[in-house]
Design a protein around this ligand. Sequence first.
Ligand code: HEC
Length: 494
Amino acid sequence: MNKGILAGIVLAAAGFAAGRFLPVQAPPAVLPAPPVTAVAAPAAGAPVRSVAGPAPQREVTVEEGGSIQAAVTAAQPGTVIRIKPGRYHESVYIDKDDIRLIGVIEAGKRPVLDGEGNLNDAILYSGNNVVIENLELRAYKGNGIMGQAGNNFEIRNNVVVGTGVYGIFPQLGQNGIVEHNVVSGIADAAIYVGMSDNIHVAHNEVFDSVAGIEIENSRHAIVENNYVHDNAGGLLAFITPGLPIKTTYDVVFRHNFVLHNNHVNFGAPGSTVAGIPSGTGILVMAADDVIIEGNVIADNKTIGVLIVDHAHASNITADPESDPNSDRVAILDNTMLHNGYDTITDVKALMLAELKQGEADIVRAGPSTGSCIRNRERYVTAGVGDFAECGFADTYDRVNYLLPPVPPRVIESAERGKVAYLGICSGCHVYSGRLIGPPVQVIQALYMDNPQALADYIAKPVKKRPDYPEMPPQDYLDPQTRLAVAQYMLSLSK
Ligand code: HEC
């Protein structure tokens, strides 16, 4: 997540005030519905509801007192690992395909993976066709569930509380479902879909986190029927510049409750999400073809829906390969009530520039071409005067963007460093900007001639910078992969 939205709005307001972006009230054109993309649901038959590859062939059970990791290590691909209720204090790494970790719920009790505030990650997977269900994850420092380049994943019906930087974080995967999870108390994003395609995020409750659900550098995602409340920012679709995948487009936010996302922003000081103004319902930044439909967006004190480009967010190093604008945004019928009632001066300035009164539901700053809005008179808006009338009312033609199981991602040994970098490090490091960790350029200056020293550092990081959080140890990667990722990181040039 980028920082500087707030500062960005200052810029936008100055632009308006100086007459740089005079609001133009063109007679609205009517825009047709975007075509359902070629990668969408299969043409015939029932929509895909399960993506995780072949049916399992065997089953093992882990009892309280046993080790989940030991069961994973011993398991052949095609194993269901059932985990009985009880407390487990461990981190679980799944580096093989076709593994299902399924909690057994008895009398309302689930298995609890408790990091006790000293373990980094609850579950990391890099295999394909991984299913993680019915678990409770608590008190980790890094991630609740992080996927690193696995395809065809299902993450379902888990309770994730206070697991550090991210709650559920599939990174660099294709074809995945994140549904019926309850995620809270996360210092960055409760659910963070990064650099992924064909994703369905539905029926989750996310709250008390800095960001609710983020769709970042990802395509073909539907986010529906979620209850997103009491975060600093609710739903976000955006591009983080400097990552190897350069686009975010074709995102549908529909039928979500996005309510009172007014939590104090407790993002790590200086961290990237720390810049979201508390009270933001939906944020679209540099993402294209985002459809906002049928949501209830209420009681978000700063703004209901904020649409911006990269140029209006400071502290973002523009990426010449990423289009900075949010184009073809479609705001269909939503219920928006009582947003923007205690907003930042910058939103007030944008309203003032258009001589608008009232509490702002929707504000757009920065260029946006091909965007549209239905029934604009229902909302209090600034900056959407040149949005056309949408010529379509809903997205019922697309049930989801899931596919029958796609081929597993096969990682050649020559690619190991690259894939580890994309799947793991790029969640916190970008080339020239600050994400969670320092820029790659800074790291290169420190380690240019010594990849082995970098590889050693990541196995056992020590705290170096007072203004950054701790870097989580990567000692679950084998030594060759650590060296390969170090070499890859040092070889980057953008
Ligand atoms: C969850 C976030 C996160 C992830 C994932 C992460 N890092 Fe970091 N990294 C950090 C933070 C935060 C720091 C700064 C720590 C400090 O200065 O105390 C850091 C610092 C570093 C440093 C600087 C060390 C020094 O001597 O100053 C290197 C090298 C590094 N990371 C490499 C990596 C590599 C390689 C990966 C992927 C395998 C990776 N990091 C994954 C957050 C992360």
